[in-house]
Design a protein around this ligand. Structure first.
Ligand code: IPE
Ligand code: IPE
Ligand code: MG
Length: 249
């Protein structure tokens, strides 16, 4: 497969908002007889590459699933390593994100994280707030159901205070109460490592997302795989419940 990188592909439709479920670090490490932590490290490095490739291709919002509300059930030392890598990632790679014009934001139950991690999130967001090319949204301690429950609670409080009545609740109001209401719903969601499930990622937002599952494990998911995914996305006929342009004629 050709691996010379070109981002000048007017034949490709590039999703404005892209989601990536960064799965398969453990299997990548196992194949190499390495500890799982080595897989997570390789995965973090690959995230830097994905950011660069997506920014250059013209993606505007890249949401990556880094740690789910269910990942706390993993052994304590693996969770510790993932937290350390999270802190290290922004320390190590922020200059490159800066160079690529990438703003960093977080989505998830950030308020429940330990103070040192909340600080990394806060500082990362502040430091990069002026960057314009692409937004990297890191889903960390993220669960789609928790996000929906959080929105429901906020709306319920407004009902109790008498500000609104239950019949005033709309889909738009739910969307407005998600963690980052200004980020468009993902047009396209990529899941490396072959699993055909959503694993609690962007449940509300994925209502009309296109999906792509790749057998490649996340640490190996590079420019060629991303390009292949965009080629597939280009051919999708997004009907949103209506008719395709061809049938409307
Ligand atoms: C994804 O890789 C990283 C996180 C979930 C944090 P995994 O650790 O799930 O890798 P596999 O699925 O075991 O291969
Ligand atoms: C999804 O991967 C979460 C992240 C990639 C952060 P998991 O490995 O946790 O998902 P399951 O357990 O295979 O559904
Ligand atoms: Mg996994």
């Amino acid at each position: 497969m050709a691996s010379r990188k070109t981002y000048d592909r007017p034949d490709l439709k590039i999703p404005v908002s892209l989601g990536v479920i960064m799965d398969g670090n453990g299997r990548w490490a196992k194949k190499r007889l390495l500890p799982r932590s080595a897989g997570h490290r390789a995965g973090a490095e690959n995230l830097k590459e994905l950011c660069r490739n997506c920014g250059r291709y013209g993606v505007k919002y890249l949401t990556v699933y880094a740690f789910s509300t269910e990942n706390w059930t993993r052994p304590e030392d693996e969770v510790d390593q993932l937290m350390k890598l999270f802190v290290e990632f922004f320390r190590k790679y922020d200059p490159e994100l800066e160079e690529e014009g990438i703003r960093v934001r977080f989505t998830g139950d950030i308020d429940s994280l330990p103070e040192n991690l909340r600080k990394v999130c806060r500082e990362g967001e502040e430091r990069s707030a002026h960057r314009q090319k692409m937004q990297l949204i890191v889903a960390f301690n993220y669960g789609g159901r928790r996000e929906i429950v959080n929105a429901a609670r906020r709306i319920a409080e407004r009902c109790i205070s008498g500000e609104i009545a239950p019949e005033d609740i709309t889909e738009q109001m739910m969307s407005d109460n998600m963690y980052l209401p200004d980020v468009p719903d993902p047009d396209f969601i990529i899941r490396p490592s072959g699993e055909m499930r959503i694993s609690n990622f962007l449940l509300w937002e994925c209502a009309y997302s296109e999906f792509w599952v790749s057998e490649t494990l996340w640490p190996d998911f590079g420019y060629d795989e991303l390009t292949q995914a965009f080629e597939a996305y280009t051919k999708r006929d997004r009907r949103f419940g209506g008719l395709s342009a061809e049938d409307k004629k």
